[in-house]
Write a protein that binds this ligand. Sequence first.
Ligand code: SF4
Ligand code: SF4
Length: 377
Amino acid sequence: MLYRELGQTGKKVSIIGHGCEHLDGKPYEQIKETIDAALEYGVNIFDVFMPGEEIRSHIAKALGDRRKDVMIQGHIGATDVNRQYDISRDMPTVKRYFESLLRMFGYIDFGMMFFIDSEEDYRGVFETDFVTYVEHLKKQGDIRHIGFSSHNPVTARKVIETGLPEMMLFSINPAFDMLPSEHYVFDYSEKGFGSDMFRGIDPERAELYKVCTQRQIGITVMKAFGATKLLSPDHTPYAKPLTVHQCIHYALSRPAVASVLPGCQTAAEMRDVMQYFSVGDAEKDYAEILGGVRNEFKGNCVYCSHCQPCPVEIDIAAVHRLLDTARLDPANIPASIRGQYAALGSAACIECGHCETRCPFGVPVAANVKAAAELLG
Ligand code: SF4
Ligand code: SF4
């Protein structure tokens, strides 16, 4: 397992975590086996958004003493008042559900303001007692860090700009990233995607990831497989389905992403996902699939590393992640970005041009690498 720092929280999370949603309703033995498998692979972050008593308590029981070795991403405002997943901003209800989660796990590592997608969601959190409650939880030590979940890049950015959250759970996969931000991703989780709607990585989403890097908002990722539609030959919007490992690699290549949380339902699924660490680079490469769709934003790096190897060993995708972030506000480049650039120890580009012939997205790599050296070196 590899670990990455989760934004301002400073916590080192496993790059593959576990979104436990699909364990809901499963027998306890299956839940325990799946969690045991995750722990054997070094998973140390678990998302528990599900509001049901039974699933929450089964996860807590399966972890047992090992609770102290992992981090729980628990959601404030997730309820099942009508026996189905629901969002609540009614404070007595919010408190009842969250306090039951606290009793089961003792404390919550990442206290997530649940599901802030629309303007109404935003107002329901930031213009009510909800936000006061969240701040109180942190002050008490009941939650160690404040986060939030969202599927909407515009609203997510607005939440980040409040300065309150330290991290975010966001839905990321190639299809969502290519969906123009005026479309709502959930509309397509159900009915599927049409390849004709894609026009390249949506600028709002690309910008969100850069802002997260700039402000050190760590991202954990949900919906990395697009509710499995991207894996299916019948539903993929691309020339062929993506693999689990391509989807994980895509999400992990976005700036600021620390951990992807697949919703494994069994120990066998967990083992399949963990093959990510043993398959070769070619099996994780998603460039060819993305390169086949209409792309109005040609020239922008998608951090796929298809251009490697570079004869002087420049990590081209990593340089572009930092350069794109620096270009957001060149006069105020955060020290963390300069530090990360220095840590790459990039050699000077010899302008051989190999990378540009391999890049499917027409990125002017040599010029960008030079610009990065000037801005960040
Ligand atoms: S042009 Fe520069 S960045 Fe690209 S492969 Fe050659 S040396 Fe590396
Ligand atoms: S320069 Fe092109 S090939 Fe290299 S990481 Fe960026 S998009 Fe991929």
